[in-house]
Design a protein around this ligand. Structure first.
Ligand SMILES: [Zn+2]
Length: 154
């Protein structure tokens, strides 16, 4: 059983939805997801946000290791625009379980983003590449890696 812990910020989902509704600032939306991951609960917890084909948000939280949903939430329309989740311990990379999720869902998923501390990794359906960015020191460190390279590590 996954522990959900205590929710300290009762409206954390609303706060994320408000940022998303602005639409003109995707960065602020991602920043809010990261902020809620660190502050909305009794301890930093993984937050997962799925943007469906109708721009509707489906949000859950839990321990690190939370991946996707046990079954697609009622009302979720595919293809999924983006699956976003946090790694509250700070490192933004797709774990082997994350890759399993991407591989399972990629026929009906356009984008996956993992958020860390001042860093993120993005996978997009079009290129099947991942894009890594880190910006906690001067300049931005960027790299791209193919899905195949990651699969080779497992
Ligand atoms: Zn992950």
């Amino acid at each position: 059983m996954m522990s959900k812990g205590l929710v300290m910020t009762g409206d954390w989902k609303e706060q994320i939805s408000v940022e998303y509704a602005k639409l003109d600032n995707f960065e602020a939306f991602l920043a809010k997801i990261w902020e809620m991951s660190l502050t909305a609960f009794d301890q930093p917890r993984e937050v997962q946000v799925v943007i469906d084909a109708d721009e509707k948000l489906f949000m859950t939280h839990g321990n690190p290791g939370l991946v996707w949903f046990d079954s697609p939430p009622a009302g979720m329309k595919i293809p999924v625009k983006c699956w976003i989740h946090t790694h509250p311990f700070g490192h933004a990379y797709f774990s082997s379980t994350d890759w399993a999720t991407i591989n399972t869902w990629k026929p009906i998923m356009n984008c996956a983003i993992v958020l860390g501390e001042n860093q993120r990794m993005t996978w997009t359906q079009n290129s099947d590449f991942t894009h890594y960015e880190r910006w906690d020191y001067n300049g931005i460190d960027e790299a791209q890696t193919t899905l195949d390279e990651y699969e080779g590590e497992e």
